[in-house]
Write a protein that binds this ligand. Sequence first.
Ligand code: GLA
Length: 575
Amino acid sequence: MFEIGDSDFLLDGRPFRILSGALHYFRVHPDSWADRIEKARLMGLNTIETYVPWNAHSPRPGTFDTSGMLDLERFLREVAAAGLYAIVRPGPYICAEWDNGGLPAWLFREPGLGVRRYEPRFMAAVQEYLNDVLRIVEPLQVSAGGPVLLVQVENEYGAFGDDPTYLKAVAEIIRSAGITVPLVTVDQPVDAMLAAGGLDGVLRTGSFGSRVAERLETLRRHQPTGPLMCMEFWDGWFDHWGGPHHTTSVAEAAAELDALLAAGASVNIYMLHGGTNFGLTSGANDKGVYRPTITSYDYDAPLDEAGHPTLKYHAFREVISRYATVPDDVPASGAAAPETSAALGSPLRLLADPWGTWSEHAELPTLDELDARLVLFRTEVPAEGPVLLSIGEVRDRAYVFLNSAPVGVLDRERHDRALMLPHGGHLEILVEDQGRVNYGQRIGEPKGLIGPVQLDGVELTEWSACVIDLDAVPALWDSVGPVAPGVGPTAWRASFEVETPVDHFLSTVAWGKGFAWVNGFNLGRYWRRGPQQTLYVPGPLLRPGRNELVVLELDVMADPVAHFVAGPLLGPLEL
Ligand code: GLA
C-alpha cells in the first residue's frame, strides 16, 4: 500500500523516501535493461522511473506494439526482480527530447484536431492509448504486489496550456483504468506553471537541477502538505547538432543532490542513464531557430551512454550513502571497445536507380501526407536561363539536384528558403525530416516543403514523389544493383568481424550526414557537424563472426571506410 501522507510518502504506513533514477526502456537495448537497473540499485536508488512514448508504441492508429525495446511489461518486471520500485509517466505528452514529445504524427493529420486540451477526438485517442499502457501497469501496481508506486498525469502541462478540464479528464482516464496508486503532476518551479499544471487531489512535483532551497519553497506554496519531490533532478543536459556537448560539474551536481536530500525531499534523478535516440526518434527545439537533437542521449548522466559508471555515479552514490543504505558492491568501470575497420562497398545511388515507386501529385504533398520521413520529389523546370526557386518553409532539409548535378542544400536551421537555379531541366529534391519539435507550441507541425514552392513567383505543380522506406534500406541490395560512386544520396555496406559481441563505437568523422544500421538495426543519425563523432553500437546487436554495416550517406563521404574506435567521442564542450 503506497499513499501520500501529511509530510511523507507512506509505504505500508511507514514514511518512505523515493530515491529514483530515470531510465527510458525505449532508449536502451532490452538485453541491457537488467544491467542498468542493477547499477541503479548499487548507486543506492530504490526506484526506477520511465516515460512511455505513445508514438513509438503506436506508429499507426489502432496499433500498440510492445515487442523488443517496447516491452514495458518485461522492463517493469526486471525492475521488480532487482528489488526496486517503479514510477510510470505515460504522458500522453512526454517532451523528453523525443520526436514530437511522444505524440503520434498521425494525430495531426486530422484537420483542426487540438492536442493537449479537452478536444473530443484527441481525448478518444488518449483514452485508447492510456488504456493500452495501463492494462500493462495496472497488475504491476504496488498494491497488487508489483513495483509501481506512482503514475504521472501529462508532463509540465503548466509550460504549455491552461485547460483544467483536459488535465482532469486525463487523470480520470488513468483512474478508470484501475490505477489506484497516487497520481502526480510535474512542473517547472514557477508559480504560473505550477498553478496551471496542477490538479487538486494529485501531488504536485517539480523539475529542476539547481537552486534547490528556492525551488522547494516555490513548490511548497503550491503543495502545502504532503511529501516534496523533485520529479526531474536535472544532472546533465542534451545536445543539439552543431552545438557544444553539455556536461555539468560533478561537484555542483552532487552538492545540489545533497541539498535536496538534506531538505527531506524525494528525488528522481533525470537521467540516471540516458541511452540513445536510435533510429529517427530524437526530437528538436525551436524558439525561433530550429535545433534538432542529436542521436546520443548520454546526458552526462551517472551511467554513460554505454551504461558505465562515471565520476558522477560515484559522487552521487557517496551523497546517497549519507541518507540511505547503499550496497557495498561497486560496478566496474568500462573497458576500451574493440578497434577495427572495414571498407564500405557496393554503392547504390538513389538518383541512378530510385529505391521505391513513384506516385504522381498535381500539388506537392507534405511528408505527412505520404507517411514518410525521407522523400525524393521530382518535376520538370521549363526555363532557358536562371530562375528563382523559392519555398515557404523547408522542414527540415532539402538537397536540390538539377539534371542530376547538385545545386545546393536548403536548411531550416539557417532559415534557407530560396535558391537560384542556373537553368531549367529535371529538378529533384530530397527532403529530410530531422525530428519533430518536442517542446512548446510547434509540436505536431507538418514536415516537407511547406508551400508554396514557386518558380519566379509561380507555383510549381505536377510532382512525382518516391518515399524512401528507411527500414528497407539494409535490404536494398536484394533488389537494386550496385553502380559506380557518384552524385547524391548513396547507400553503402561493409561486413566486419567481431570476436565477442561487446559494445562498439562507430566513428563518423569522415562521413557527411545520414544513418547507419548494424545487422539491420538503425543506430540513428550521424552528421559531421557534431558534436558527437561516434555512434553507439550496443553489444547485444552483434554476433560472433561476420556482422553487417549499412550506411546511408545523404551528403558526401570523405572516406568510404568504417572505423570502430575505442570509446565515445561526444564532442567539444565549447564552440
Ligand atoms: C523537462 C521535460 C523532460 C525533458 C527535460 C530536459 O523537464 O519534462 O521531458 O525534456 O525537460 O531534458
